[in-house]
Design a protein around this ligand. Structure first.
Ligand code: DP6
Length: 361
């Protein structure tokens, strides 16, 4: 599969009035981590994530008439204000996908976007942002040309486009659990786009993710920079092998409802991600002392209480505490009375298994 499989049409007559579409798309939390890429935004290993529910980006895309054709012309608004830094990354992305959407060169574009969570709060905001935008672009394409795609074709195309913007974004297009990257354990999985995990035990529909904030500041090393440190990493081959094995075993755990295996794999992935950062040639550390304190305490509390709790980490210091709905009350008590008791931020974000993006207009 390549860009030519999705290449689209140019407008044959000029647009006469503005057309608008909008989508709300969620973030996702990786359980097996995408870390390292090759070629045109392709992953070096398969990853598996859960789409969330509360952390969303809402994006409105408007196309307006334009006199002459040229590079993408974008008016970009983030949370009610013009944002050139973000706008620049989006412009670059849009220019890179004109083979898929040739009409992008023939219109003026306005993008208005906002998040339901703080930027760089350690939540993969690029995942929700690029999936929302990709969905808008695919809907706009369908509206402008009267294209009728099946639901599956539409999601696949949106996932493919989202991936070109930000790798993890391709997984947010689907509800629940999805895999991005070719894995022998899941037929149909591919490096080009994400696919939904078909067989999930009902217990995992009740999974919750409470993000315990350690530091809301911009991270010192971005994910994109972090990925590049995997090139030539001394442990790269072993990591790829491990991610394949973890993907396969996690698929099995999700299918059979095996919480013990789930906890083991998820924590192994979080520790691996951060070890890879520390052991790259230009080593760096995103965990903070408070991160270490919280994750150690989660492991102790699991032993002490027997609750099915575990943690994962993104490329940042904040801790994602994963647990199941039926234990919400006990876990909530632990969060308030123990885990966050002496935490300076004392801030959390409660999220849970999500049903995927929603078209707003
Ligand atoms: C640690 O998708 O943000 O969250 O493709 O460069 O935009 P780019 O990177 P990004 O990387 C996410 C890395 C991660 C793990 C994951 O989500 O799988």
């Amino acid at each position: 599969m390549s860009i030519s499989d999705f290449s689209g049409s140019a407008l044959t007559s000029a647009l006469t009035e503005p057309v608008t579409v909008s989508w709300r798309s969620p973030s996702n939390i990786a359980l097996v981590k995408y870390w390292g890429k090759k070629g045109l935004q392709l992953p070096v290993n398969p990853s598996l994530s859960m789409t969330l529910s509360a952390a969303n980006t809402e994006t409105k895309l408007t196309v307006l008439p334009r006199k002459s054709e040229g590079d993408v012309s974008l008016d970009f608004w983030f949370e009610g204000a013009k944002n050139d830094a973000f706008g620049y990354r989006i412009s670059r992305f849009l220019n890179s996908i004109t083979p898929v959407f040739p009409w992008l060169r023939q219109v003026n574009l306005k993008i208005e976007t906002s998040n339901t969570f703080p930027h760089s709060a350690g939540i993969a905001s690029s995942a929700s942002a690029f999936s929302a935008l990709a969905l808008c672009l695919c809907s706009m394409d369908a509206d402008l040309f009267g294209i009728l795609l099946s639901e599956d074709e539409f999601r696949n195309k949106a996932s493919y486009v989202a991936r070109l913007g930000s790798g993890s974004a391709c997984r947010s297009v689907f509800p629940g659990f999805s895999v991005w990257g070719s894995s022998r354990a899941l037929s149909g999985s591919t490096d080009q786009l994400a696919v939904p995990v078909p067989d999930v035990h009902a217990v995992f529909f009740t999974l919750r993710d409470t993000i315990l904030m350690v530091n809301k500041k911009e991270k010192p090393v971005s994910s994109s920079e972090g990925h590049s440190r995997m090139t030539g990493h001394p442990f790269a081959a072993a990591r790829i092998k491990q991610a394949r094995k973890n993907t396969s075993e996690l698929l099995d755990a999700l299918k059979t409802g095996n919480k013990v295996a789930f906890i083991r794999i998820v924590e192994n992935e979080a520790f691996t991600l951060h070890s890879l950062m520390m052991t790259s040639e230009e080593g760096f550390m995103l965990m903070e002392p408070e991160t270490v304190r919280i994750i150690s305490r989660i492991q102790e509390l699991r032993k002490e209480t027997g609750l099915d709790i575990c943690f994962t980490l993104d490329a940042g210091p904040n801790v994602h505490l994963l647990y199941f709905e039926e234990q919400f009350e006990q876990v909530n008590k632990l969060i308030v009375e123990d885990l966050l008791k002496n935490n300076k931020q004392n801030m959390r974000m409660d999220d849970f298994y999500g049903k995927g993006p929603v078209k707003l207009g």
